[in-house]
Design a protein around this ligand. Structure first.
Ligand code: IMP
Ligand code: MG
Length: 176
């Protein structure tokens, strides 16, 4: 059986309202500070772009690309940095922006990686959280939605590089 889109989990409107809430909270928490927002490519690129436009404190933006999934729907557990930051994080308040926390391995690795490089603080903002899939503890400071154990796509998130362009979050399943 082939896999394809089987339904919608979150609408564009639900996502936009949540992104604004997160941005407002971040703006309040970092009042008087400057932020380095680090988007995790590729999945977080749409979320990061929307979130940034709701944040009112001064920001710089950088990106990292990591891989752990390849063409599969299961994490290999091995995190590899494909693209590192362009600038140093030393002495800066870093906000990691990620699409999904699933096993937690990616964010745990990245948080520790940046802490070791002497960031002043490292916090994590994720749009989606699948708590039932966690394999390692990782603190999530800003969390959009808790979701069930479904493979989801859209709003920047892919299945084998497809569906990133969808303006909503959909679910992947068996289709004829
Ligand atoms: P973790 O290291 O297992 O927490 O994996 C997090 C990463 O896995 C996310 O950044 C996504 O790239 C990917 N991922 C986890 N769940 C899904 C999903 O349902 N759809 C697409 N990608 C996913
Ligand atoms: Mg990802």
């Amino acid at each position: 059986m082939a896999k394809g889109l089987v339904g919608q989990l979150l609408t564009t409107e639900q996502i936009q309202a949540k992104v604004r809430e997160l941005g407002d909270q971040i703006s309040r928490d970092y009042a008087g500070e400057e932020l380095l927002v680090v988007g995790i490519l590729k999945g977080a690129f749409v979320f990061c772009a929307d979130l940034l436009r709701t944040v009112t404190v001064p920001c710089k933006v950088d990106f990292m690309a990591v891989s752990s999934y390849g063409q599969s729907t299961e994490s290999s557990g091995v995190i590899k940095i494909i693209k590192d930051l362009d600038s140093s994080v030393e002495g800066r308040h870093v906000l990691l922006v990620e699409d999904i926390v699933d096993s937690g391995l990616t964010l745990r690795y990245l948080r520790e990686h940046l802490q070791h490089q002497n960031a002043k603080s490292v916090k994590v903002c994720v749009l989606l959280d699948k708590p039932s899939r966690r394999k390692t503890e990782v603190a999530v400071d800003y969390r959009g939605f808790g979701i069930p154990d479904e493979f989801i796509v859209g709003y920047g998130i892919d299945y084998a590089e497809n569906y990133r362009h969808l303006p909503y979050i959909g679910m992947i399943g068996e289709v004829d």
